[in-house]
Design a protein around this ligand. Sequence first.
Ligand code: GLU
Length: 262
Amino acid sequence: MKIVVKVGTSTLAHATGRLNIRRVAELVTVLSDLKNAGHQLILVSSGAIGMGVGKLNLPGRPADMPTKQAAAAVGQCELMYTYDKLFSEYHHTVAQLLLTREDVDFPGRRQNFENAMERLLELNALPIVNENDAVATDEVGVSTTIGENDTLSAIVARCVGADLLVLLSDIDGLYTADPRKDPDAALIPEVREITPELTALAGSPGSALGTGGMATKLKAAELVMACGCDMVIANGQRPELLYGIAAGEPIGTRFVGRREDR
Ligand code: GLU
């Protein structure tokens, strides 16, 4: 299978913004193993800004654009250094791809991206994608950013024709209510259609270091389901869940892609 895995900042970093070393090591082990088992893997990794905040000892996620850009430039290096080091232990070669909205909005440029991805996968490399936060900034009236990696990972999944997109988040899946507030909230194991009722369930962004939230995850699901790709939301605290998810086991919330055989 061709699998796109998206990890959020809350999975990769401690609340301090510093790298969660054990978590990243576990994630790299599982991804390497799945690759050894024959799957093609693409990682969409957040964490550039969060890690830059930690490395530059900033008091929190920057509010102004130039500091955010600077944090991303510093943090992206740290992120790739870490992935390169850890994946090398399992003899896997990583590749960095940093995108802006324009790279995927214009057909010619999107084709360039798709060509690079296809060739990297043929060469058995492991592409690691993030938004190019050091230069992707919105000016008034011009939207050049994607803004968060739920949407970015769905765009990537579509471009590469993935079979499965896994969003590793700080929550077990989609719930009937906010599980942090409502003890009766129940996990929804499977979704076959994004209804207005489901959209209404999606709350607002949760953590201090990342962006996104349930609303962007449902939007991502809609994007990939239309292409016959499944999407699973699962808890990134346990990267080993990826084994079961790749095997089709009921873990987290699975959004079933629209295919004729279903
Ligand atoms: N591109 C951002 C980063 O690397 C993350 C976006 C997101 O959290 O979805 O920090």
